[in-house]
Design a protein around this ligand. Structure first.
Ligand SMILES: Cc1ncc(COP(=O)(O)O)c(C=O)c1O
Length: 404
């Protein structure tokens, strides 16, 4: 008789976005004349850049001709894309990454979820609270966590690192020693970042305790401040303790197109074993490559035209972020994020819970955001707005909030 992986049964339902959907639907049925503005989504809204579209068209044409048709992609991804990444994302920042240290994938969600495959089940993980839920849930599925406590909304055998106003929305070094540390900067949901010295502190800590850092840099393109590292490998010693995960979703609008990559330097070892070799084995066995046409489109964003066009998109969203930040501050809210990230994290007024504020904003301003408590217990009392809406809707939403 077969048995299931009953770790899946431990997972509590993920009600955040379905609850939001239900509340919004109920509101629109009761108020069909009201125009709702959605600033809750973490998905991009601008169309793909013209250079990406042109490249997609020509890559599709290549697939239609016997001379240029492509079947399975190489295990690690096409060299043209890995070369563009090594040159533009790393060499340009003074970091040498070899082509066989880059693994092309279908996105950062898959990679951050799958990376656990190469680690033993009895590793102890440390995560920020609030957190992008994939890091925790995939470790639950793997059996790396204990039991879920409904009261505390926390798993046993997981080290939580609260990121609140008191910590400047940055994690503090944990008192218990972790084996795998998940860090995501610029952060979803808080929009916070670590400067180079702060990130170096984490690298030094990981080296000292023998931990590995899984560094999710999906929002790297939104960094605007000088002192914020674009890659963890800007820190000394990071190659010996860090895996970096990147995405084309937020810098180039590939959320529906799907492309990302993971970097595992060969210096990163457990004893004599290179994690790079384990991931190469895993990738070659369980993944059959991102499509050629998508990898060509990814390469296109590293051309001069592609860079200029995608930069314009990021600037469009960051202008929205500024409108939200400034608007909320003018309305008397305590806000953070939105400077190096498309997320604005605000403190709910008058000690409202995150969900009370959600209802208030929906009913009074007809604006939809995301309750901070949905990302973890330390998100309670906070609320996330995103810069991924249109400029016009963002302006209007802020006018409505200011008028409350
Ligand atoms: C922190 C973080 N990592 C990864 C992802 C997913 O990226 P991708 O679209 O490349 O799977 C997201 C998406 O919202 C995210 O917020």
């Amino acid at each position: 008789m077969f048995k299931i992986n009953d770790n899946y049964l431990k997972l509590p339902g993920s009600y955040l976005f379905s609850n939001i959907g239900k509340k919004v639907n109920a509101f629109t049925s009761a108020n069909p004349d009201k125009k709702i503005i959605r600033l809750g989504i973490g998905d991009v809204t601008l169309p793909l850049a013209p250079k990406v579209i042109d490249t997609l068209h020509s890559a599709v044409d290549e697939m239609g001709s016997a001379a240029s048709f492509k079947g399975y992609a190489p295990d690690l991804g096409y060299e043209f894309l890995r070369q563009a990444i090594a040159t533009n994302d790393y060499k340009a920042r003074g970091v040498e990454i070899a082509l066989d240290e880059i693994f092309i994938s279908d996105g950062a969600k898959s990679d951050s979820g799958n990376i656990g495959d190469i680690f033993a089940v009895d590793n102890k993980i440390a995560v920020c609270d609030p957190v992008y839920p994939v890091y925790v849930d995939t470790n639950v599925m793997a059996g790396r966590t204990g039991e879920y406590n409904v009261e505390t909304e926390r798993w046993s055998n997981v080290i939580y690192m609260p990121c609140t106003e008191a910590t400047g929305f940055a994690p503090e070094l944990p008192s218990q020693t972790p084996d795998i540390i998940y860090l995501c900067f610029p952060n979803n949901p808080t929009g916070a970042t670590l400067n180079k010295a702060e990130l170096q502190k984490w690298v030094d800590y990981a080296l000292k305790v023998g931990a590995v850092i899984v560094y999710d840099a999906a929002y790297e393109a939104y960094i605007s401040e000088e002192d914020v590292p674009h890659t963890i490998y800007e820190c000394e010693g990071a190659k010996e303790c860090s895996i970096e995960i990147r995405s084309f979703s937020k810098n180039a609008g590939f959320t529906g197109t799907r492309l990302g990559f993971t970097v595992i330097p060969k210096e990163l070892k457990s004893g004599d074993t290179m994690l790079n070799s384990l991931w190469a084995r895993r990738h070659g066995t369980k993944f059959n490559g991102a499509p050629y046409i998508i990898q060509k489109a990814g390469e296109a964003i590293y051309t001069e035209e592609g860079k200029a066009q995608t930069r314009q998109q990021v600037e469009y969203y960051m202008n929205n972020a500024k409108i939200i930040r400034d608007g909320l501050a003018a309305a008397g809210y305590s806000v953070s994020g939105g400077v190096n990230a498309p997320y604005i994290w605000l403190k709910t007024p008058d000690k409202m819970t995150s969900w009370e504020f959600f209802d208030y904003l929906l009913n009074e301003a007809n604006v939809v955001g995301t309750p901070g408590s949905g990302f973890g217990p330390s998100g309670e009392g906070y609320f996330r707005l995103t810069a991924f809406g249109t400029y016009e809707n963002t302006l209007e939403a802020m006018e409505r909030i200011k008028a409350l």
